[in-house]
Ligand binder design. Structure first.
Ligand SMILES: NC(=O)N[C@@H](O)C(=O)O
Ligand code: NI
Length: 166
């Protein structure tokens, strides 16, 4: 059995996540401006929802995720070739994001905190939702429609998410 490779956790930032998609947070807004007579601030255009391929449409769902036990072994990744997929936490609980350029590349492990959301670009290899600590709700914006929109890959190596993420 091959040894499992330890992953180093990185803070989730717009620039670090750029190869994989968007970070949904106020700090990532290209444009921020007051609306509604100054009673509201708009953090504009944080992510691109790309769901129209092959007759798809954007849908909004709620995911209620059970927390994962750490340490956790990453053995598979998935991608959605026909559309983007965004996760916005309803709470401020941290959660984990695992992405990779290809199934053969060493994955990147990001810690999302303080309500940060992510939008996986269509085709981005990622691990299914990894909530931490308690049952966590996420608003999910992704593609509804015909066709296969989920490819899974069993990884040639396995990767360890450590128990202590601090
Ligand atoms: N299966 C499903 O809708 N969820 C996954 O795509 C995920 O990334 O969590
Ligand atoms: Ni997914």
């Amino acid at each position: 059995m091959n040894r499992s490779i330890a992953l180093a956790v990185e803070p989730l930032t717009r620039d670090a996540f750029a190869p994989f998609g968007d970070v949904i947070e106020a700090a990532s807004a290209a444009r921020t401006y007051a609306i509604n007579a100054g009673t509201t601030t708009r953090f504009h255009d944080l992510a691109t929802v790309d769901t129209d391929r092959e007759g798809g449409r954007p849908i909004v769902s709620l995911f209620r995720a059970q927390p994962r036990e750490l340490p956790f072994t990453v053995t598979m990744l998935e991608r959605h070739p026909l559309g983007s997929q965004a996760f916005v936490p309803v709470s401020k609980k941290p959660y984990l994001v695992v992405v990779a350029e290809t199934p053969d590349a060493v994955p990147r492990l990001f810690l999302a905190r303080n309500g940060q959301g992510v939008n996986y670009r269509a085709g981005t290899w990622h691990h299914p939702l990894l909530a931490l600590g308690e049952v966590s709700d996420f608003l999910v914006i992704d593609r509804g429609g015909p066709g296969n929109n989920c490819d899974e890959a069993t990884l040639a190596a396995t990767y360890q998410i450590p128990g202590n993420l601090e």
